[in-house]
Design a binder for this molecule. Structure first.
Ligand SMILES: Cc1cc2nc3c(=O)[nH]c(=O)nc-3n(C[C@H](O)[C@H](O)[C@H](O)COP(=O)(O)OP(=O)(O)OC[C@H]3O[C@@H](n4cnc5c(N)ncnc54)[C@H](O)[C@@H]3O)c2cc1C
Ligand code: SF4
Length: 666
């Protein structure tokens, strides 16, 4: 491949002006740093483009006209040139920060002069793990982190096993190609190569999807100390009382497995309070966003200050007669717990905080558990089986990464708590042949909608955290589909996402005008989102695949099942309300960013695969998280949620894990 031709093509997609052209602005760096493992898909297409462009006389010709001809004669090769150019020019990767960030006003550290690197949480080597513990907890994420603290503080001897290594915060931010937000290539937050999943499609076809090459399809589940809470957006809602009784309120539509929870809002209220105060949530303690979730005290921190979006959306909501308020966030709005306040960096969701201001289990309850001295954290170790006999688990088998290679250990325990997330938890139980027929069933996520368009005023900026204003007026009121859902503003697009989205938004996708739009048009791009109930079905499920195994020989998760039509109804309802809100804000040219998701998938809000309930035929666990058919295997994570609420679920997952863990400790 003639590099001069490729360079000329790249510099036509992003021409040089006061700022570098595509090649010097990052594409040369991208091609040098990323091997075929990442860019293998592009190489044959780039070669094809170069061959065509050489024949067309790109050198010395009218480059823009020739590239336009390539676009019409070989759109696939042209699209590869544009995509690679955008990835090199607008994304950060492996510590490289492109000059284009400055050009568009993207400051990765917000107002902080430098990033802060917290002390790593203490962990033990595989060799230092004891032979036996009272509890082994599988997964140091949202549910597992909370459970570890409650049990260790009650004096139990706990081993907390996390398959991810101990990343630094710096490793988990600023990389837009390998982060969990855009999920383009081999995410740093796992699982790495050799850990595929099998996705079954509607027509019975199957696809083996490796996260390294197709992370979006694999799923947005994050693997890190802290799990999803290490890189989450921190939206920390309570479910409403009605969310716990969906079947009673709305009936059970045909083909669905919609169910009531075996507990009520009142059972979780004290644990929501613990999440808000002990993990740390900032929010407005009065007003419409808290009015329907009875509580004994407000939030421990005030909401983050307003921005132009909140003001515009709030004023529009006032004109429409809607109640609204600032989104509650597990983010320090003021210095707290020895950590700084948010510096409003532009890459909150999907990335670790530059100043450790975002609260998750990694910087709150997990350090607390370890500080007791009775909890050991083993990182970089995957539990591959639970050993059991006659309904009683006696040990877990794990494979730990060590300097000398993988080491297998068997650790005896009094009880096992599986908190590996809603895909990996049922996978482990199924591989281990633990539990009844409902293990893995009812895989669901949320009904998402997202709209984006052009505002009349420059409302959008790269100031984080992103979501700042919400309404709950269309949740469990009158006439909304399946409980409706929360509506809120969307964060600004990362520069790479904006470059990709230009065409969808009716803007030039390449050339001088594209670059001009990237500099001047982004502040006018405003979006909003809705999250409502995904109505679960028993057939949408996780199974252990019969043929495909991972790098440790463990059968991988197989995901199958369609979306229930009721979920689409909920989505359409939210889209309608969101359209009204954006129109009132003055945003037009709306584009639907998500569209329909055709099949069950592992998303960041995956839930329900080991739901709680009294009937072992339809629920995997009892109301205390014990797996039906076992005496001492428990689940404490998002898998337990029978339904996923009409708001983001993680505060509920943590509150419920807290409840399960306290019962276990007692
Ligand atoms: C980018 C992103 C943004 C999000 N934003 C929000 C938000 O704003 N609000 C909200 O409510 N929710 C949000 N979420 C979702 C939230 O983080 C999840 O719902 C929550 O973390 C799920 O908790 P969990 O305990 O079930 O699993 P996780 O937190 O995913 O933890 C599971 C852990 O188990 C580990 N594990 C898996 N298998 C094994 C094994 N065999 N052995 C050892 N360890 C194992 C995994 O590596 C992982 O660390 C977001 C998630 C992502 C990824
Ligand atoms: S809390 Fe979020 S927005 Fe604030 S500095 Fe940290 S990562 Fe950035």
């Amino acid at each position: 491949m003639r590099l001069e031709t490729l360079r000329a093509a790249v510099d036509t997609v992003v021409p040089a002006d006061d700022w570098p052209g595509g090649w010097d602005g990052g594409v040369a760096e991208l091609l040098e740093r990323e091997g075929d493992a990442v860019l293998g898909w592009a190489r044959p297409l780039l070669e094809r483009a170069v061959e065509w462009l050489d024949a067309a006389g790109l050198d010395g010709g009218d480059r823009t006209a020739i590239m336009a001809r390539l676009a019409s004669e070989d759109p696939e090769a042209f699209a590869a040139v544009v995509r690679v150019t955008h990835e090199g020019y607008y994304a950060g990767f492996h510590g490289f920060e492109p000059p284009a960030w400055d050009m568009v006003g993207f400051r990765p550290l917000g107002s902080a002069p430098a990033g802060v690197e917290p002390e790593p949480v203490p962990a033990v080597d595989a060799g230092a793990v004891r032979d036996a513990y009272d509890f082994v907890i599988v997964g140091a994420g949202a549910g597992g982190g909370v459970t570890a603290a409650v049990l260790a503080e009650a004096g139990a001897r706990v081993l907390l096993v996390e398959r991810a290594r101990r990343h630094t915060d710096a490793e988990l931010r600023g990389d837009h190609l390998h982060g969990k937000r855009l999920a383009i290539y081999d995410p740093t937050a796992g699982p790495g190569r050799g850990h595929p999943r099998v996705l079954a499609d509607r027509d019975g076809g199957e696809h083996v999807v490796d996260c390294a090459t197709d992370p979006w399809a694999w799923g947005l589940n994050a693997m890190a100390i802290g799990g999803g809470t290490r890189v989450w957006q921190g939206m920390a809602w309570r479910f409403m009382p009605e969310d716990f009784e969906m079947a009673t309120r709305y009936g059970v539509p045909e083909g669905s497995s919609l169910a009531d929870w075996p507990i009520a809002y009142g059972d979780l209220a004290p644990y929501y309070d613990k999440v808000e105060w002990e993990i740390g949530v900032s929010g407005q303690s009065d007003g419409p966003l808290v009015a329907r979730t009875p509580r004994t005290r407000g939030y421990p921190m005030p909401p983050l200050p307003a921005n132009a979006t909140r003001e515009a959306f709030g004023a529009a909501a006032d004109r429409l007669g809607w109640g609204w308020g600032p989104v509650p966030l597990a983010i320090n709005s003021v210095p707290r717990a020895g950590r700084a306040a948010c510096v409003r960096c532009p890459q909150c969701v999907g990335h670790a905080s530059p100043v450790n201001a975002k609260n998750g289990t990694h910087n709150t309850v997990i350090p607390r558990a370890l500080a007791t001295g009775s909890c050991n954290l083993l990182a970089g170790a995957q539990v591959v089986a639970i050993e059991h006999a006659r309904g009683r688990a006696r040990a877990v088998r794990l494979v730990a990464d060590t300097a000398a290679g993988p080491v297998e250990r068997t650790v005896r325990c009094g009880r096992v708590v599986v908190s590996a997330g809603a895909v990996e938890t049922p996978r482990l139980l199924l591989v281990s042949r633990v539990g009844g027929p409902a293990v893995g069933a009812n895989l669901h996520n949320h009904s998402f909608t997202a709209l984006c368009g052009r505002a009349r005023e420059p409302l959008s900026s790269f100031d984080g955290p992103g979501h700042s204003v919400a309404t709950l007026d269309f949740v469990h009121r009158d006439g909304e589909a399946w409980g409706g859902g929360v509506l809120f503003d969307a964060p600004s697009l990362l520069p790479l996402a904006a470059a990709h989205a230009a065409a969808v938004l009716g803007q030039p996708a390449w050339g001088a005008q594209h670059k001009h739009w990237m500099r001047t048009g982004l502040p006018y791009v405003v979006g909003a989102m809705g999250i409502g109930q995904e109505v679960p079905s028993a057939h949408a499920r996780v199974t252990a695949d019969a043929r495909v195994t991972d790098a440790h020989g463990m059968p991988v998760a197989r995901l199958a099942g369609d979306l229930h039509p009721a979920t689409i109804e909920a989505r359409d309802y939210m889209t309608e309300r969101l359209t009204m809100w954006l129109a009132e804000v003055g945003v037009d040219g709306l584009v639907d960013l998500f569209g329909d998701r055709p099949v069950a998938a592992a998303g960041e809000h995956s839930a329900g695969t080991c739901r709680m309930g009294s009937d072992p035929a339809t629920a995997a666990c009892d109301r205390d998280g014990r797996v039906h058919g076992t005496q001492n295997v428990y689940v404490a994570d998002a898998s337990l949620l029978p339904t996923n609420g009409s708001v983001n679920p993680c505060a509920t997952t943590m509150a419920n894990a807290w409840r399960v863990a306290e019962a276990l400790a007692a």
